[in-house]
Design a protein around this ligand. Structure first.
Ligand code: TRP
Ligand code: ZN
Length: 453
């Protein structure tokens, strides 16, 4: 039997020289095993969508440019729901099949290691809202007069096929065609707004800097949009649901001031524009740091705006390698809120830290920030508040000046990249010039409330 099998293998690879193998269906994220796909690195997504809120019907064409990390006989994309009409690889029809959220593509010719290839997927259907293990909703959210796409941690597979793991970042061009009278807003800068016939308009958005798919967004609705610039000339684009316009005007007017303060604390802003999308209250259950334009369900308070803008440095530019590293997002963005208060006549970070330590809230000590118990708790308090407490302990161990340099240098040295907890602890110890186990032990990895503050 063995001889026959190997004989067949020899026949099947005759002529090709090297035999390609399939890319893996997931990247073994400790919290989401099948998220992302192995064997290639996506570098660019061109996504063309058409959506009519009255029909709830999305039609899409995604062209994914990727580089093969090995010789590939097949590879996967993550896609949830929707009907796939056709798949081509380098403009040649490819076979494909679907199982759960995996779309497997088998091109006629193997893709050689190191080559750049494009995959075109034509699809349509009613996109789904995904309910996560923690009960929160993501994916395609249906709003009163449009839709809102949110993707943390895994919702973007509900509206386009891709390598939906935070470790594979790419540039994006997202174009959305909607009925006249509606706006369609996405990440990056608006390249064009053109009539598309049949009473429709196409909005084309461009994101040059690398973006993780979980912070990609599309917001469709009758938003009031506004473009301005900061003193430094950075474009500011806001889209606001009319019902929230009055209540959000004052806080949104402070975006340039917040950007300036953030650059002072975190270093140069990593993207080509900033802004915000304010949907109606209830459109989503949480705010999200969608790249260049964080999304808020209702007029945000100042702290939340500061938090989501801080994520542009910590999370969007320096992106976690896996979902276990979520505290590198939320601990930093929460600490940004503490610093904002400290710099604006509010509580000092020390006072915020002390109050938390005294609070005895059992939720806060439920698990160590670097080791969430399971996927259902990655957005829980320990990741946010206790994550920020870790940073405060690092500050205490290093002293203010070196710590504030660390905040900037960490962002600069990992700009547009990915990092994990080990990267951070090694980086901080190098900056501190000493071992920081006394911080990591109880605060980052330890179970329960540390014995002393
Ligand atoms: N990461 C978001 C933020 O901090 C919040 C968030 C996203 C969230 N998804 C969630 C909070 C699910 C609770 C549950 O800005
Ligand atoms: Zn956050």
């Amino acid at each position: 039997m063995g001889a026959v099998v190997s004989g067949l293998l020899l026949v099947s690879c005759a002529g090709s020289g090297v035999q390609g193998t399939p890319g893996t269906p997931g990247l073994r994220d400790p919290y989401f095993r099948l998220l992302g796909n192995g064997g290639y690195d996506a570098t660019h997504y061109a996504i063309d969508l058409a959506y009519d809120p009255d029909e709830s019907e999305l039609s899409g064409e995604a062209v994914i440019t990727a580089k093969a990390g090995k010789s590939l006989s097949a590879f996967n994309l993550d896609l949830h729901g929707l009907d796939v009409e056709s798949v081509t690889v380098d403009d040649k029809p490819a076979r494909f099949n679907r199982a759960a959220d995996e779309l497997t593509v088998r091109p006629d010719d193997e893709i050689p290691k190191g080559s750049t290839f494009t995959t075109r997927v034509v699809y349509s259907g009613e996109p789904e809202t995904i309910t996560d293990d923690d009960g929160s909703e993501e994916g395609w959210l249906y709003t009163d007069d449009g839709a809102l796409a949110l993707g943390e941690p895994a919702g973007s597979k509900a509206w386009f096929p891709g390598n939906h793991h935070p470790s594979d970042k790419a540039a994006y061009d997202i174009a959305i065609t909607v009925p006249d009278g509606l706006e369609a807003v996405s990440n990056g800068e608006l390249r064009s707004e053109k009539p598309a016939g049949s009473g429709r308009t196409t909005f084309a958005w461009h994101s040059a800097e690398p973006m993780a798919s979980y912070v990609a967004t599309v917001a469709i609705g009758p938003y009031e949009t506004k473009t301005s610039t900061t003193d430094d000339g950075l474009p500011v684009f806001t889209a606001v649901a009319p019902a929230e316009a009055e209540e959000s005007a004052e806080v949104l007017a402070r975006i340039p001031e917040i950007m300036k303060w953030s650059e002072g604390r975190f270093g140069p802003y990593p993207f080509s524009s900033t802004g915000a999308i304010i949907d109606r209250e209830g459109a989503a259950g949480y705010a999200l740091e969608t790249q260049t334009k964080p999304v808020f369900p209702g007029a945000p308070d100042l702290e939340t705006l500061v938090h989501e803008l801080a994520h542009q440095w910590y999370g969007n530019s320096v992106t976690p390698k896996t979902w276990q590293d979520m505290w590198l997002n939320e601990g930093f963005a929460t600490y940004a809120e503490w610093l904002w208060a400290e710099d604006h006549d509010g509580d000092t970070a020390q006072e915020t830290f002390d109050a938390l330590y005294e609070s005895d809230d059992p939720e806060l000590w439920a698990f160590p920030p670097a080791e969430p118990t399971d996927a259902s708790v990655i957005s829980d308090t320990p990741v946010y508040e206790r994550g920020a407490m870790v940073l405060h302990k690092v500050r205490e161990a290093m002293g203010d000046e070196p710590f504030f340099s660390l905040m900037k240098d960490w962002a600069a040295d990992h700009r547009h990249g990915n990092a994990d907890t080990d990267d951070f602890t090694a980086y901080a110890e190098k900056a501190a010039g000493k071992n920081l186990d006394a911080v990591w032990g109880p605060w980052l990895y330890g179970d329960g409330k540390p014995k002393s503050p």
